[in-house]
Structures are given as C-alpha cells and as structure tokens.
Design a protein around this ligand. Structure first.
Ligand SMILES: [Cu+2]
Length: 180
C-alpha cells in the first residue's frame, strides 16, 4: 500500500515535470513571422524637357502632366542656352531635402550665373531653378489636386523679357500638374 502511494507520487511529479518542460519548449520556439510592413510610398518619374519651339520660344514639354499621388522624381532636361540672372538668390524650396540636383550634384541654391528657366508652384511652395544646357532633377511629395506651375526667370522673347511671351504663356512657361 505504501509502495503504491510512492509510485503515484512519482507519477504525478513526472507529469508536472513533463508539462513544465513542454511549456519551456513552447516558449523557446520562435514567434510566428509578423506580416511585412506596408510597402513604402511608390515613386513616380516625370520627364520634362525645355526645347526651342519652331517660333524660337523656349517651351516646357510637356507643360501639363498627370502623376499619381506620392513621391515624384521630376527631371528637367533644359536645351536652352545658359542665361545670367544676376541677383537671383535662387534658393531651392519645397523639394525633398530642400535640394535639387544639377547634372547630378545636390544644390540648395543655384548660381545666378546660369538660370535659364524656373519651375515654380506657389501652391506647392516649390522653387526649382533650371540652368541652361543642363539636367535638373528633384523629388517632391504630392497629394492629390491640381497645381499651377510657372517660370519666373525673365525668358521672354520681346524687348522686356520679364513680361513678353512666352513668359506666363500656358503651354510654354506655365502649366498644371494634375496629381491623381
Ligand atoms: Cu522660362
């Protein structure tokens, strides 16, 4: 009788130990993999160029374009001649990192010795400067909407280049960005 009680005690102790061991094993097992974090905002690419129209006026091409919401990398290939715009502070604003890349070099402000055109949007707080005969690129985060842009460098063809066409002319030195 005493022997049976002893065996029972050992059995209970064995089961308790086995359960504790199994619990430890479960805790040691790696946690199930968590779902991957949501993918980063996709980047969209917009390629613009500044060409000389048949009438001799410089022209953004395209002047109006659509881009999905999110981050856009906009590249401007400026085929116009270099242009001195003395006195321009030409500080880049509204872009990711407050920089633009001129022929691959990050610039916070662009030398006034060569600013052929600008890409400005008051609505976006965006100021980008395009030296002639160069390639500029910049990143900007865009929410859905329609945003006007325009050039403010005196690039007109008349006697007063700050007011004469194509300055302010939609399709040449002004247009809209549609962010869908
Ligand atoms: Cu211009």
């Amino acid at each position: 009788m005493k022997f049976g009680w002893l065996v029972g005690t050992y059995l209970v102790a064995g089961v308790v130990l086995a359960l504790a061991f199994a619990g430890g094993l479960l805790r040691a097992m790696p946690a199930p993999a968590r779902p991957a974090p949501t993918s980063p905002t996709p980047t969209h690419y917009v390629n613009l160029s500044i060409v000389m129209a048949p009438n001799g006026w410089p022209q953004y091409s395209p002047a109006n374009f659509t881009v999905p919401a999110g981050r856009a990398v906009i590249t401007i290939v400026d085929h116009d001649l270099p242009n001195n715009w003395a006195g321009c502070s030409c500080v880049v604003t509204g872009t990711v990192g407050q920089v633009e890349y001129v022929n691959g070099t990050a610039e916070r402000a662009v030398s006034d010795e060569n600013v052929a055109h600008t890409f400005i949007s008051a609505q976006l707080g965006l100021s980008v400067f395009s030296p002639g005969d160069s390639t500029v690129s910049f990143s900007v985060n865009l929410a859905p909407g329609v945003y006007a842009w325009y050039c403010v460098t005196p690039c007109g063809a008349g006697t007063d280049p700050s007011t004469s066409a194509p300055m302010g002319l939609p399709g040449y030195m002004a247009g809209h960005i549609t962010v869908s």
